[in-house]
Design a protein around this ligand. Structure first.
Ligand code: ZN
Ligand code: ZN
Length: 241
């Protein structure tokens, strides 16, 4: 390389360089940027959670269910939410222990606990509708803050044929129920993350990093500690101490 100092300092190349060199400039700049950001990501992920490992772990624990996805699409279409119907996906999440199901608002995904099937075919069905009601209520609220199991959710439950649905699933799903002592909330999507152990201050919301930042770490999606009282209100489906 004839002018390494320009690349390293991030300065423009002198305008009198010939075309051959400017091609090289285009090639070497991104690679420099990439290695710099790799170094940064590496350091940051050392004190949070390494993204590639988590990506594999989540992928491994998830089984897509096309039948249940189709079913949800039909039901959501029937209540007139076509945009949501187009996005929705249902997975069996092998990593869920005491949680029956989860609704990911930002990605319109529902995770179901495979252990639900132990309780007969009606349990996965009921949990599916419970979580679907969360997605419907959230979608209708269009950004407005609503209580997770408030009137909007309750009316969605009625429309889905489970009026009077309980806000909590109290199935003995886990052999060993782990009570979560700590709660975190993503400052961007609001997802509640229950934890047994403390997270580092720099931990970011994984779904948001995936969705909005190509899987890379960003402080825009930092997880912030909230009180257990608040967590119980916002996410009563988890086991809190
Ligand atoms: Zn719920
Ligand atoms: Zn988030």
């Amino acid at each position: 390389m004839r002018h390494p100092e320009y690349y390293q300092l991030g300065l423009g190349l002198p305008s009198n360089l010939d075309e051959g060199t400017s091609t090289r400039k285009q090639q070497s700049r991104p690679s420099l940027r990439r290695s710099q950001s790799n170094g940064m990501l590496f350091d940051l992920f050392e004190i949070t959670r390494p993204a590639p490992r988590k990506k594999i772990a989540r992928g491994r624990g998830l089984k897509f269910d096309s039948d249940l996805t189709e079913k949800c699409k039909r039901m959501v279409g029937m209540v007139g939410l076509d945009a949501l119907a187009g996005q929705i996906k249902v997975f069996w999440n092998l990593r869920l222990s005491s949680t029956a199901g989860l609704a990911h608002h930002s990605t319109a995904q529902i995770d179901l606990n495979p252990r639900l099937e132990r309780f007969g075919p009606e349990e996965p069905e009921r949990t599916l509708l419970h979580e679907l009601a969360h997605l419907i209520a959230h979608s209708r609220a269009s950004g407005r803050t609503i209580q997770p199991h408030g009137p909007e959710w309750q009316s969605a439950c009625s429309e889905l044929g489970i009026p009077g649905e309980n806000r909590c699933h109290d199935l003995p799903l886990a052999n060993r129920v782990i009570k979560r002592k700590l709660a975190y909330r993503c400052r961007y999507c609001g997802i509640i993350v229950p934890r047994v152990r403390k997270l580092s201050r720099d931990s970011a919301c994984y779904p948001c990093c995936q969705k909005h930042n190509g899987g890379g770490y960003s402080r825009r999606f930092l997880l912030e500690r909230i009180s257990i009282q608040e967590a119980k209100l916002l996410a009563p489906e988890h086991e809190w101490v």
